[in-house]
Design a protein around this ligand. Sequence first.
Ligand SMILES: *Cc1c(COP(=O)(O)O)cnc(C)c1O
Length: 357
Amino acid sequence: MSDSIEHFFRSNIVKMAPYVPGEQSANASTIKLNTNENPYPPSPRVFEAIAGGTAKLERYPDPLATAFRNQAAKVLNVSPDQILCGNGSDDILTIITRAFVGAGDWIRFPNPSYILYRTLGHIQDANIEEISFADDWSLSEKFFEPRDRLKLIYLPNPNSPTGTVVSREQIVDLAKHMDCPILIDEAYADFATFHCADLPSRYPNVMVSRTLSKSYALAGLRFGYLVAHPKMVAMLRKVKDSYNTDSISNALATAAIEDQTWLTENVRRCNATRDRLTTELRGLGFEVIDSQANFVWCRPSGDDSKRLYEVLKSHHILVRYMNYPSWTDGLRISVGTDEAIDKLLAVLKDALLAKTI
Ligand SMILES: *Cc1c(COP(=O)(O)O)cnc(C)c1O
């Protein structure tokens, strides 16, 4: 019996590859630069809010996270009925995919980009179309082509793993052109020079997702949200779990988004380290793409990325080695504390020297 459980599952689930999150480390002294977490602790207000969040655990949470939505609406200058909260922005992506995409429908997204989109498509038994960026990291013409049964476009902006951005003008163009929902995944927008959270009120097919995991330093909390047209939000509520965010995360996420002073200072600090990391890696002979996120994508010229990943790992420094068959391989390095980045650069320098001797 034990070898015959596969036939219980839908065939697309049997066939699909599982999504593999970045490595975690049991060793507390490991320097973790592989999953774009914030290297600093969250706002002190989050710790103050913990007692408030646990006060009524015998009751169900507010299913719509109203306190959070009111606060986020002020920050983004939208209305609270334009916001849908989720258990991390991955939950938001799941809700959207389930709402719009059925078996045999098409999903479009750029390549390279966030690998989870593929997983979400496979769960729906959808067809997936990955379209390479143009040479300047804008959307290529193919992205604008109509396709029968195209039901959803994902556009991470800034993109992962490159940290590059597609301009607002091109996004507006896409919105006007395509007769399907477009999800702008703004997981890293707080680190960028612009965002598109104002677009959904003008273009109802545009939605913007955000997360508290990266810029608010709350990856362990699991809280994300969507900004969309009020009519979109009303429909999407039908698809979400009734209590998809809990009382503790509602209280802590609200405290975090109230502290915009903390956010501004944290982003300034991370971006300063990112720009220094970029310059120093280039000094070591790496090709580095200019990033608007809290990580950089780089490739060593004359060395191999996989080898450097292994060398770093042997020094207890984790970065993400990624290989995109239709593009290239390389290292995605998250912004850490300045101290962590100095250690990383020292190990890389030694590794490159050892190779040339
Ligand atoms: C990290 C990340 C997310 C997911 O964030 P969570 O809120 O932690 O689920 C979504 N999209 C992209 C592109 C990311 O890098």
